[in-house]
Design a protein around this ligand. Sequence first.
Ligand SMILES: [Zn+2]
Length: 222
Amino acid sequence: MRSANHPHRRFAPGRLWPRECLLCQQTTGEAFFCPACRRELPRADPDGPCAGEQRARRQAPPWRQAWIPWRYAWPIDRLVIGIKFARRLAWARALGELLAEEIPAADSDLVVPVPLHPARLAVRGFNQAQEIALPVARRLALPLSPEAARRWRATRPQSTLSAAERQLNAAGAFRVNRAAIEGRRVLLVDDVVTTGATAASLASAVSAAGAVEVTLAAVARA
Ligand SMILES: [Zn+2]
């Protein structure tokens, strides 16, 4: 009972205050999603398109493990679009919290969001991968290092390119701060992984900068 009388206990988020499910708007004791909506989220096939593409290229992926729990389908797609184009940053927090539950914290030392090119960042005003990585880092009690990697060359929007063009487009697009990375186990966080070319390019750059291990986490596979 002593903890119940603790003066800060009443501020515990999502416990005593009723919350609305982001998807069905019903009051729920859970943070962000009611249990029914949460069960309906589209789980990704663990051996999904990324794995297939890697096999087709006969390459081992440049990460030790990838945690991509959902498919880019309703309602995950709506949430991601809302974050990117309607600035629904609370939804990024919701997806980040959910993603964090899928990732073993003990496997990483540092969280690095997949960076946006500065020109795109200037237009959008925020990096959605970083907004998702923030609650991931907080939840896993790991430092977040958005400055550890940056994009140095403008890349055309991946959605306008063929698969082969995407690989070329992503190659060499990142510069990594060796001092931040060397000797660390790095958890890369992105919103959506499409072909995996962008994440693979960053993972290779992070490995080349001396990371001892790279893990990839993203909300969804497209
Ligand atoms: Zn619901």
